[in-house]
Design a protein around this ligand. Sequence first.
Ligand code: F6P
Length: 556
Amino acid sequence: MRQPAELTPVPAITATASFQQLQAHSTAMREAQLRQLFAANPQRFAQMTVDAAGLLLDYSKNRLDATTMSLLMDLARERGVEAQREAMFTGEKINLTEHRAVLHTALRAPRGSKLVVDGQDIDADVQDVLQRVKAFTDKVRNGSWVGYTGKPISDVVNIGIGGSDLGPKMACLALRSYANPNLEMHFVSNVDGHDMEATLSKVDPETTLFIVASKTFVTAETMLNANTARAWFLLEGEEKDLAKHFVAVSTNAAAIVDFGIDPENMFPFWDWVGGRYSVWSSIGLSVALAVGFEYFSDFLAGAHAMDQHFRSAPLEQNMPVVLAMLGFWNRQFLDCSSVSIAPYHQDLSRFPAYLQQLDMESNGKRVTKDGKAVDVPTGPVIWGECGTNAQHAYFQLLHQGTDVTPIDFIAALRATHDLPGHHDALLANCFAQSEAFMTGKTGDEVRLDLQAQGLPSDEIEALVPHKTFPGNRPSNTIVMDQLTPATLGALIALYEHKTFVQGVLWNVNSFDQWGVELGKVLAKKIQGELSGQPEPEKHDSSTNGLIALARAAKSA
Ligand code: F6P
């Protein structure tokens, strides 16, 4: 019997030959200056760009050279990236702690891809659900699906959290230029009633469709929000009308029926789709409703194009592998504990938040697949905001602070609007920032500037340290022609595979998330204590004190 690749003992990463070579090489590279690397090699941009699926990655502004890249690729090979990649695509149960295959790639494979896992014809299942999504979204979009008073749907409220919210919300916003203007999309995720209240105040029960989106259909926040929406709807409508206004997306058919949703209005998916990898499944129902099934299919096709590239391109030219290895280099050898994502595209404003879950829930791990402590730092903190806004908020720290934070700049060469002047200004800022992070500004350059302004020399000397930029700060730039359903699909898949490759390097299970459980259990206990019965249990003095304050506020 074929042994799953990940059960083969994997040595600690620090024990591998290529890691040790990289470590030795990094001593010299830590001192390397990007300005000099560019000056010494006019071909640096040409040599350090990769193309795939409508995206171009320019990684030339990283503190590395051809030897670094070659050693990084050796490491990728030594860690078994190619074999692990095949194990994922072919449905091996690489999510060991949950005994599950990891097949989000199958969700975007074209009809006819032959994949059978545990006797299940994956392609047939996927195509069947896609057809149901098409039929349903066509009806809602063309107005033939009507609410209980016969009016077409004008508002869709997706109720979900984590992967059941972040992906659809990010994609709906990113593809807003492709969306049906007559259908307004809303997303309620937080258990904080302010979230639901703000949305309910904007919609009308006669014309609102609720999508209850939850892989497990037991997530406390989503269930409470779904019950609140149901109760709100029943203030006007009747039980028999619910079927026209509530649909569900889940792997848990029994729980959907218990909730009272018509099984006809259920869009299933499967346990081999991780929550944070689920936007391609029926969790993407809100995206398909917003942009229509054809554009949704383009979105899947864009991701599939990146899948094919990832599965077949040589590692040196493989965009997700290159991006992953750069990230590993910066994390491991340049001590960068966070990565900032800077989309220079307002429609990608939720992309950093989406990547936070994708990367940090996947690789925020401290033990290897066989339960041993990982002997190097793992996933960095991911954060960010759109440019140019970010420039006027925290870029100060990135330019002159004491930590070095690599940045991924993301931009579209052409806009999807036609307002004059804006796009050149946007792109100019994007390219200027990566140039500034790379070159910095030396004390002598500052001095010359100030002398040209005619400042007295004592004032110049006082200002020089403040106006000097160290530079030499690494960044990637990812560009696409336009932000379209296909390029968005490719962009998300790029980061999914990057995350996967880094998980392979660290030998962690990128597909479980046990770290979210403890807080859920404690919250349930404290929720009971807040509602008054039984008497609060003894926690630590801080938690006891906070519970007492909340109880007192309730009875005030
Ligand atoms: O608590 C974390 C998590 O399990 C995520 O992994 C998931 O995306 C989210 O909660 C929502 O889960 P569900 O789709 O099952 O409601």
